[in-house]
Write a protein that binds this ligand. Structure first.
Ligand SMILES: [Fe+2]
Ligand SMILES: [Fe+2]
Length: 335
């Protein structure tokens, strides 16, 4: 596979697992085209035309040769300058890295993170919260997120990769869509009574099991082991940033019969609001959840003969092999 093919496959996998469904994704792409056409000519020049084909503005081909043949990739949750230097060092030790894949957005992908947040509306709609409610709550937060990200030095690691001539892409929401679907479908098949049952069920997923061993596994942030789970929503897994855009959503969740939220991470305000409205929060584990999403995509690369080198918190678990094994921190040390 070459770099462009790897990026395209990641986006395609994200679309296949998108909570908005195929039609919802098509609507986003055609709306982007319409927005572009409505712009004055001078603003059209600045418009990111990749938005006509890629519905995830937080996932981009960041730098490098799009045709380069890829045999080995370095994959990490966060790719800073340190990880780029690590790729360079691995090459020096005879383990050439052909491509770096980051999960969390860098460069131009970070600047547009807030544009994928409408996915959260679709996730909550699946659990019975009307779209107008979650859209309204979310809308207030979009500009806040943008204002928080805008001043960040977004190009440090991308520039380092460019200087060292290592292609770099990032795959954020496509991977998060994959973990959302896996966890949502997995929980949907289980008969769970309490939050304790939910925690134990999550720990049967290899990445969460591994995370629990390093004290980063599923944890209760609101409620306790004996709390009834009620209706579960996996709402803090995909859609850009953490949570549902605003802590105000918890009141609405309780109105629409949701008992427990499963998320990657939430803020303190979210927790306080959830407690107030008797909603349980289970934090499945941030790095472990991001790893599940990446693993679903990396398994496809592995099947195409690409070697995956995990770093930066990424817990690699292949679902390709008959004998499943979890690596991750061990692999980094070995490198
Ligand atoms: Fe993520
Ligand atoms: Fe994340």
């Amino acid at each position: 596979m070459n770099t462009q093919e790897i990026f395209d496959l990641s986006i395609k996998t994200g679309v296949e697992n998108d909570p908005r469904g195929g039609t919802g994704v098509k609507d986003v792409l055609s709306q982007n085209k319409k927005d572009y056409e409505d712009l004055p000519k001078r603003k059209q020049a600045e418009y990111d035309k990749e938005k006509f084909v890629n519905p995830y503005s937080d996932s981009r081909f960041l730098v490098g040769d799009r045709k380069r043949k890829i045999k080995r990739v370095l994959v990490g949750i966060d790719i800073g300058v340190g990880e780029v230097m690590l790729a360079n060092e691995l090459e020096r030790r005879g383990k050439k890295i052909d491509l770096i894949i980051a999960h969390h957005p860098e460069g131009k992908a970070l600047a547009r993170l807030h544009e994928v947040m409408d996915i959260q509306t679709a996730v909550l709609a699946c659990a019975g919260v009307p779209e107008n409610i979650s859209q309204g709550v979310l809308h207030d937060q979009l500009e806040n997120v943008w204002r928080r990200i805008m001043p960040v030095n977004q190009y440090k690691s991308v520039m380092a990769a460019e200087l060292l001539d290592i292609p770099m892409i990032n795959v954020h929401t496509p991977a998060d869509n994959c973990v959302w679907r896996l966890v949502d479908e997995y929980i949907g098949k289980k008969k769970l009574k309490t939050v304790g049952d939910l925690i134990e069920a999550l720990k049967e997923i290899p990445e969460y099991k591994k995370a629990a061993e390093i004290h980063a596994g599923p944890s209760i942030f609101s409620g306790d082991e004996r709390s009834y789970v009620g209706k579960i929503v996996v709402s803090g897994m995909t859609g850009g940033t953490s949570g549902k855009g605003s802590e105000k959503i918890y009141e609405r969740m309780s109105h629409y019969g949701i008992g427990t939220e499963v998320a990657m991470h939430v803020g303190e305000e979210d927790r306080e609001e959830a407690i107030k409205h008797y909603i349980n929060i289970v934090i499945a584990g941030h790095m472990a959840s991001d790893s599940i999403g990446l693993n679903i995509i990396m398994d496809k690369l592995e099947r195409a003969g690409v070697e995956i080198v995990p770093c930066s918190g990424y817990i690699r678990h292949s679902r390709n092999a008959k004998r499943k094994r979890v690596s991750g921190t061990r692999a980094v040390r070995r490198a």
